[in-house]
Design a protein around this ligand. Structure first.
Ligand SMILES: [Ca+2]
Ligand SMILES: [Ca+2]
Length: 428
């Protein structure tokens, strides 16, 4: 049973803060905004907890299976893979304690992998959601040999975004080359967000969580004077006039707005754990981890307010604050189906034609992997493409040919459990 997996966990899921006994449940969804049903189609049956949404119809989404890669390579809490953009033999594997390994994903018998970077001494991975959380190459890599890394550090507790220089052969990243781009103080160990990605515009996007604890006690999600609970967008190619090692794009939505940090691109996000651009459409997809009941997938747009902590998924959140208008999720799921969403990406590979254009996302606890399509701006009904009970799915990334790679912790998230990597194949 999926729920028994969740209940058997001793530690908290990676991106999930356990509700305290005193926490009120969000109000019933009555009155929650609903998408209009598609004309001429039967509305899906609603339950008390799942209001009618009116899903779009689309081509069938295929069943998938998990195929292990690098099965003999020992990994410690792998939280992301990133392929060299010009070299299919180099897959950079991010280990949460603070290392990056580089391995050829096709080498089935690899028992070890060279360490490209080891900054475990700088990284604080004391909390379950702390550590080296995300990396991204500069869009012009490898001509511009820059790697951006987002990690948590201690004393004081903070999140750090840094730039490092990659060696010409791509095998090592110089730890002495670190240039800190920005720092955000962190009030609690959890909800550090943790995706750094470059957009088609060449700017860097970073997801910050709401800071942590539970319920966003300081209401950071709607506080425009803080990066917490936001997605930010910066230009890392130009320093600011005051020496800040990045600049703010002039068309950021809150530039010049009094009391607002100009780096903010979108607000009201609780803890986006994995976001990714669709290279074909330029859409920014995100999985935003919920509090007590609802996990959501959202499309992040310029200036959008995603509701936290006034909203959780499509529902009002008791005790939250905030004025709309809010942008509703694309889809949500209830904690019956999982506990902590891991945002994925749109499949743009050629190996599975029926999967082309499908957005895939997962639950860290239940091991469910869903697919949806967008049809005329509306999602198709989420379809469970695969289920991998016991695998804590931490990230869904892609190889050069579009093959999706899943990083996870095998058998639970206790630190002693081995990490593992899988590719998604068509089920036979
Ligand atoms: Ca935090
Ligand atoms: Ca939301």
């Amino acid at each position: 049973m999926l729920t028994s997996i969740a209940l058997s966990l001793v530690a908290l899921p990676l991106q999930f803060a356990a509700p305290t006994a005193q926490e009120a449940k969000p109000a019933a969804p009555a009155g929650a905004p609903q998408a209009a049903p598609q004309r001429g189609k039967a509305r899906p049956r609603a339950t008390a907890q799942e209001p009618e949404r009116g899903y779009a119809e689309g081509p069938a989404i295929p069943k998938l299976r998990f195929a292990r890669i690098l099965p003999e390579l020992p990994l410690v809490r792998p939280v992301q893979t990133l392929q060299h953009p010009k070299d299919a033999t180099k897959l950079y594997i991010v280990e949460q304690p603070g290392r990056i390994l580089v391995a050829d994903p096709a080498k089935a018998d690899a028992k070890e992998a060279p360490v490209a970077l080891d900054i475990r001494e700088r990284v604080n991975d004391g909390g379950n959601e702390e550590g080296l959380l995300s990396i991204a190459f500069h869009p012009k890599f490898p001509e511009k040999r820059e790697l951006y890394a987002y990690y948590t550090a201690a004393k004081p507790r903070r999140s750090v975004l840094s730039r490092f220089t990659v060696a010409e052969d791509g095998m090592t990243v110089d730890p002495a080359s670190e240039q800190v781009v920005l720092v955000q103080s962190q009030p609690y160990s959890n909800h550090n967000g943790g995706s750094v990605v470059f957009g088609p515009d060449g700017y860097l996007y970073l997801s910050f969580g709401d800071g942590g604890a539970a319920n966003d006690p300081h209401h950071y999600g709607q506080d425009m004077s803080s990066w917490l609970g936001k997605v930010i967008r910066i230009d890392v190619n130009a320093s600011a006039a005051d020496g800040t090692p990045y600049s703010v794009p002039a068309d950021n939505p809150f530039v010049g707005k009094q009391g607002a940090k100009p780096e903010i691109w979108a607000l009201g996000t609780r803890n986006i754990w994995r976001m990714a651009f669709d290279p074909k459409t330029g859409d920014l997809w995100a999985g935003d981890v919920g509090q007590n009941e609802w996990e959501e997938i959202s499309l992040i747009v310029k200036g959008g307010n995603y509701g936290w902590n006034a909203r959780e998924g499509f529902h009002p959140f008791a005790g939250g604050k905030g004025e709309g208008p809010f942008i509703e999720p694309v889809v949500e799921y209830h904690h019956r189906e999982g506990m902590s969403v891991t945002g994925g990406r749109v499949y743009r590979g050629n190996a599975i034609p029926a999967l082309h254009g499908v957005y895939l996302y997962a639950d860290f606890v239940s091991g469910n992997l869903w697919g949806i399509r967008m049809v005329d701006g509306k999602p198709t009904k989420p379809f469970v493409c695969a289920r991998k009970g016991g695998l804590m799915i931490a990230s869904i990334d892609e190889l050069l040919d579009g093959t999706l790679v899943v990083s996870g912790f095998d058998g639970g998230q206790e630190r002693s459990n081995p990490g593992s990597l899988w590719v998604l194949r068509a089920a036979e």
